[in-house]
Write a protein that binds this ligand. Structure first.
Ligand code: BES
Ligand code: ZN
Ligand code: ZN
Length: 464
């Protein structure tokens, strides 16, 4: 079901929402003071006041948060429509309000069997009629947020359902609907082409791997300008023979990078963004069995470089190494952007509020940081000084897959992957802490958050 966006100057059946800064005159009555995220709800009039806090401490993302609060209030009251009756909002502000309302209007409750345990979703988000002139931007926000739901659903779903084959099926559906070109590489072809790192990870599983390539051509006037957009699609990460313990229960979500890529590709085509983007996802399941790859094995990558696998739980970088070098060789992109739930280390460093990124391109570091700020899908740069790049050199093989100790593990991951992009400008975004949440925030749910779709689209839009 998709939420409707409507325009009207009077909506008596809806919750009518007013925002107020602290100390500002408002039609609300004491004890409402406009403090940050303060709420006053008058049920008989269906009136809701939400506080924006002190004007000089305001962060524009609060517009997303307060509108999500409004939608949550409506949901608790089982009122299916929220009307924002603020008169003086700019286009940008209205879009933020709309985004927050949509992002907050979501639940993953398909496995709740009792009807009354199901979450009540709002069906209509309404603005004053003056906002009609912003319809195009609001529609874009609706498409984007629906694609955030699409990613959340995929990431939160059971790993027995979301297998590499399943990702192929939904990618084919997506390609058909958006008329994107699609190419799927299966086991035989992957083996023949020499995706030995990826195939090694896949060996211990009964679910065969897939590499899926989607091509979006949004700018035929610059056909040689291409971005390679790559994602880690480990549909379950048991850790392989280096089996995980208590964190294994979350590892159905280790395909969040791949889901993000699909969500971005879908958005590019729906919003008709003027870019050419090749989306590529490496989909495998990492399991231990008698056929599983082993720690200590030296494996020859697609690129020809040999890698000593020192831990079967560092599988993501192996999968991505082959995917990246294949993508770079075959499509000759000007830029590579990649999303992956690559390291627990990034969660230790940055927690769940921002993703870590590593890049060989200062210019693109600025663009991704700004996109992060504007979408509030925040990112923080980790360095790639030559000392870090030295760490990936191997003893028995060209490269080692993990560092000698646990220090700077996220940078090591990025430095390892940077060996496979052939000096093309490259941005690696480690979303292990942000794509999967243990606790919901004001507009993000627990589990799959959909992080990266809005960030990626904004980044691609803003490229020179
Ligand atoms: N999928 C995990 C990383 C991860 C951790 C994702 C927490 C989401 C939440 C990845 O494959 C992994 O296991 N990485 C290891 C690397 C280590 C063996 C060098 C890690 O981070 O412990
Ligand atoms: Zn792992
Ligand atoms: Zn993993």
């Amino acid at each position: 079901m998709s939420t409707k966006i409507t325009f009207s100057d009077s909506k008596k059946d809806c919750i009518n929402v007013h925002f107020a800064f602290e100390g500002e005159k408002s039609p609300a009555h004491p004890p409402f003071y406009g403090k940050k995220f303060e709420i006053q709800y008058l049920p008989d009039k269906k009136l809701l006041f939400v506080g924006l806090g002190k004007k000089n401490e305001f962060n524009v993302d609060y517009y997303r948060r307060v509108s999500a609060l409004a939608v949550k209030t409506a949901s608790l009251q089982k009122i299916a429509c929220v009307h924002f009756s603020q008169k003086d909002l700019t286009e940008k502000e209205i879009v933020l309000v709309c985004e927050g309302a949509l992002l907050g209007n979501y639940t993953f409750d398909k496995y709740k069997t009792e009807k009354d345990k199901k979450y009540f979703l709002v069906k209509e988000i309404s603005f004053l009629s003056y906002a009609k002139k912003f319809s195009n931007s609001l529609n874009d926000a609706l498409f984007l947020c629906n694609n955030v739901y699409f990613v959340r659903d995929l990431v939160s779903e059971n790993s027995d359902i979301v297998t590499p084959k399943f990702l192929e099926t939904i990618s084919r559906k997506l390609a058909k609907k958006t008329r994107m070109k699609i190419n799927v590489l299966r086991e035989q072809q992957l083996t023949k082409l020499g995706f030995n790192l990826l195939m090694s990870v896949a060996k211990g599983s009964d679910n065969p791997p897939r590499v899926i390539v989607l091509e979006y051509t949004g700018d035929t006037s610059q056909i040689h300008e291409k971005v390679l957009l790559a994602g880690k699609g480990v549909t379950f990460d048991s850790g392989g023979l280096n089996i995980k313990n208590d964190t294994m229960k979350d590892m159905r979500m280790d395909m969040a990078g791949a889901a993000t890529v699909l969500g971005i590709m879908k958005s590019l085509s729906e919003l008709k963004i003027k870019r050419n983007v090749i989306g590529i996802i490496g989909c495998v399941e990492n399991m231990p069995d008698g056929h599983a790859y082993k720690p200590g094995d030296v494996i020859k990558s697609y690129s020809g470089k040999t890698v000593e696998n020192l831990n079967c739980d560092a599988e993501g970088r192996l999968v991505l190494a082959d995917v990246l070098s294949y993508g770079v060789k075959k499509y000759n992109p000007n830029l590579v952007l990649e999303f992956s739930t690559l390291t627990g280390n990034v969660v230790a460093a940055l927690g769940h509020f921002c993703a870590g990124f590593v890049t060989n391109s200062p210019e693109h570091a600025k663009i991704i940081s700004k996109a992060g700020h504007d979408t509030y899908e925040l990112v923080w740069q980790l360095p790639l000084f030559e000392e870090y790049r030295e760490l990936v050199k191997g003893e028995r093989a060209d490269l080692r897959s993990i560092a000698k100790n646990r220090d700077a593990g996220s940078i090591f991951g990025g430095a390892f992957l940077a060996e496979f992009v052939d000096n093309v400008p490259y941005v690696h975004v480690d979303i292990a802490g942000t794509a999967i949440l243990e606790e919901p925030t004001m507009y993000l749910p627990k589990d799959g958050s959909g992080f990266g779709v809005r960030l990626g689209v904004e980044f691609l839009k803003n490229l020179k």
